[in-house]
Write a protein that binds this ligand. Structure first.
Ligand code: NAP
Length: 358
């Protein structure tokens, strides 16, 4: 692995971020002989709590059934053959037949490494995009000078911050219905969704395919979701909306994971109810990981990076590209992130060639 401590290092292309966008970008860039250096993020408690550990949001999910190319099969043997033993040993044993989020991410990382990608397990805390070469400041010290940068730092699901929510993450608590909703633990059982926006309604509607009932818990007396989506929630016999209600605690135990919730009225102090549920889905918005950019790239009002050209990954600073959820608050899928990762590497390669750098 590359190291930066105390040094100034000079690079052609630096990719910041290690989700599907970052690795797909790195695979393409390495294959194009750009020798990319990936900052995959630091392994710290702070990043764990913020959901920004290396390998991104997918590493926080369980089974992934909708990533093209990964049907059920003998994945245990495949993982053993594709991954180095030292990283394989750090992972949970392959439990089922479908690929899991962490497994998929390890495979993407390995593919990028196989092509010649170098990796630093550290965060970039600060950037200077005011002139080229761009300067990047890793948390461990030193400076990285880069001709070209791809930002693929993703977004993090917002959480309420309850200790019980943290305790049952991946054991019934999730922030992604499309990722986790079809798992056996949610089949024909009641489920709780928290939030009142389009995402919450979409997740609740999606979950009715599997759950016996979906309780939509919203803190106000009307949904924020668009009219048509809100109507869909009201009309669905499997969805019960609990207005003026907040999630006070996720209930459960070590053996079963989530078994229910304690809800508290937001208008009637002290009024509480409990519900049985095997799952709790948070849909209270996402926050793109753009704070470290400190306003140096144009962001939209929701703080996502703006792609300045239609169907291109260019940003407001020439030579800086963006890929994945950090620039996408609409699709937010692993496969669309990987797609824009590929696009960003091709855009970077062409731009570097035009500069005479590659
Ligand atoms: P959102 O519109 O910001 O809604 C977030 C919801 O979470 C709001 O109802 C909010 O309550 C609630 N919330 C926020 N913080 C909370 C907290 N601490 N405790 C309890 N509740 C909390 O986010 P979103 O639903 O993810 O949508 C994001 C964007 O994507 C929107 O522009 C949306 O239209 C779009 N989107 C579109 C579709 C679609 O068209 N199919 C699907 C998904 C998302 P309040 O209402 O009280 O603020």
């Amino acid at each position: 692995m590359a190291a930066t401590t105390g040094n100034t290092i000079k690079e052609t292309l630096v990719i910041i971020g290690s989700g599907p966008a970052g690795w797909s970008s790195a695979t393409y860039a390495a294959r194009a002989q750009l020798k990319p250096l990936v900052f995959e993020g630091a392994i710290t408690e702070k990043n764990r709590m913020a959901g920004t550990l290396p390998l991104g949001q997918l590493a926080l999910t369980s089974e992934v059934e909708n990533y093209a190319g990964f049907p059920h099969g003998n994945l245990g043997a495949f993982l053993d053959s594709a991954l180095p033993a030292e990283r394989r040993q750090m992972m949970a044993p392959h439990a089922g037949e479908g690929v899991t989020g962490p497994e998929l991410m390890e495979l993407m990382r390995q593919q990028a490494v196989n092509m010649g990608t170098r990796i630093v397990t550290d965060d970039i805390l600060k950037v200077d995009f005011s002139k080229r070469p761009f300067k990047l400041y890793p948390s461990e010290g030193g400076v990285v000078e880069a001709e070209c940068v791809i930002v693929a730092t993703g977004a993090s699901a917002n959480w309420l911050g309850l200790p019980s929510e943290e305790k049952f993450k991946n054991r019934g608590v999730s922030a992604c219905a499309v990722c986790d909703g079809a798992l056996p633990r949610f089949r024909n059982k009641p489920i709780v969704v928290v939030g009142g926006g389009d995402s919450a309604v979409e997740e609740a509607t999606y979950l009715t395919k599997f759950a016996s009932k979906v309780h939509l818990v919203h803190r106000r007396d009307e949904l924020r979701a668009s009219k048509i989506m809100a109507q869909r929630a009201h009309d669905d016999p499997k969805i019960e909306i609990h207005f003026n209600t907040g999630l006070a605690e996720v209930l459960g135990d070590d053996a079963k994971g989530v078994t229910g919730v304690r809800l508290a009225s937001t208008i009637d102090a002290g009024k509480e109810t409990t519900l049985e549920a095997t799952g709790v889905f948070l849909a209270i918005g996402h926050t793109p990981n753009t704070a470290f950019l400190d306003g140096q790239l144009e962001l939209n009002p929701k703080k996502y990076i703006v792609w300045t050209k239609h169907f291109r990954t260019e940003t407001s600073v020439e030579g800086v590209f963006a890929a994945g959820d950090v620039a996408d608050d609409y699709y937010r899928q692993a496969i669309s992130a990987a797609g824009t990762g590929c696009m960003s590497a091709l855009d970077a390669e062409r731009w570097l060639a035009a500069q005479g750098t590659h």
